[in-house]
Write a protein that binds this ligand. Structure first.
Ligand SMILES: Nc1ncnc2c1ncn2[C@@H]1O[C@H](COP(=O)(O)OP(=O)(O)OP(=O)(O)O)[C@@H](O)[C@H]1O
Ligand SMILES: [Mg+2]
Length: 262
């Protein structure tokens, strides 16, 4: 079943209209519920399963979310939180940072002090997307936010293990502190692919077989399915009205690995 809601286009494989969300009703309800309960938790799932996409659907109307799109280092986190605080005209931040330009002029050390204090005083939710094995410094900043500021932190990673959550792993050790987003199951993934093909007017003599093949090759990943459907329009993967599945899949794999290394 599909529902409509307005979502920003996210990720490399976005090419359908940006108001289309397929399924995920329960997952979005759970995300909303956890955020409104102001819980800290980790959202994890394989690449392309839709973590960033769903998150945007849910947080776009929440005024108090400080979203960091690439939580790769303390510098990146502090800077994107500072930009967001300026955008929200946070009262404390205003006296130190008048605009985005002022954020760029400050050192990480002074930004860090301003951001931690602003978050401690305010009633925000911090979202750290695309975490990849955060080291000790970022993890200790995050712990400070959670413990002293009592700010909920939503950490987004591909798994809840050490290689993705790094030093944050012990902070999300309980089962209730983890939410998994799986790929679509086979039937759902097939319907998703058929719906995308229909919406984008994709046609081929071997369309049903092609869809069947990419659904199983992708293991139900919506991001991977979208990408391969997109590639199926490119002339070099077509011959006499047929999609050439094998070369398309090989090129997809090569591109997917390169594109999905954060
Ligand atoms: N339920 C859905 N309905 C429609 N499109 C979806 C859905 N889920 C995912 N997508 C599409 O799949 C693409 C990939 O999703 P997204 O980038 O959110 O994956 P991710 O889990 O964040 O991956 P990564 O771990 O690599 O960051 C999105 O750009 C979006 O277009
Ligand atoms: Mg993502």
């Amino acid at each position: 079943m599909s529902i409509k809601g307005q979502c920003p286009p996210v990720g490399p494989a976005t090419f359908v209209s940006d108001d289309f969300v397929f399924g995920r009703i329960e997952e979005m309800a759970e995300l909303r519920q956890r955020l409104s309960a102001r819980e800290s938790f980790v959202l994890h799932g394989p690449s392309g399963s839709g973590k960033t996409f769903l998150l945007h659907c849910v947080i776009r109307n929440l005024p108090d979310v400080l979203y960091c799109p690439q939580a790769g280092s303390p510098q990146l986190v502090v800077q994107s939180l500072a930009f967001r605080l300026v955008e929200l005209r946070d009262r404390y931040t205003k006296s130190f940072l008048r605009n985005a330009q002022a954020v760029k002029m400050k050192s990480t050390i002074s930004l860090r002090g301003i951001v931690l204090e602003a978050v401690r005083r305010g009633k925000y939710i911090v979202v750290l997307d695309h975490l990849q094995g955060p080291a000790a410094a970022l993890s200790s900043d995050t712990r400070d936010l959670m413990l002293y500021g009592e700010t909920p932190v939503l950490a987004v990673a591909r798994s809840a293990h050490m290689e993705d959550l790094g030093f944050l792993t012990p902070m999300f050790s309980l089962r209730g502190e983890r939410m998994r987003l799986s790929n679509f199951a086979h039937v759902e993934a097939t319907r998703f692919a058929e719906e995308i093909a229909r919406r984008t007017g994709l046609w081929a003599n071997n369309l049903p077989e092609f869809i069947e093949r990419i659904v199983s090759l992708s293991q139900g990943s919506p991001g991977a399915i979208l990408k391969m459907l997109q590639m199926a329009r490119i002339p070099r993967y077509r011959l006499n009205g047929y999609v050439k599945t094998s070369p398309l899949y090989i090129d997809f794999r090569l591109g997917w690995h390169a594109q999905n290394a954060w």
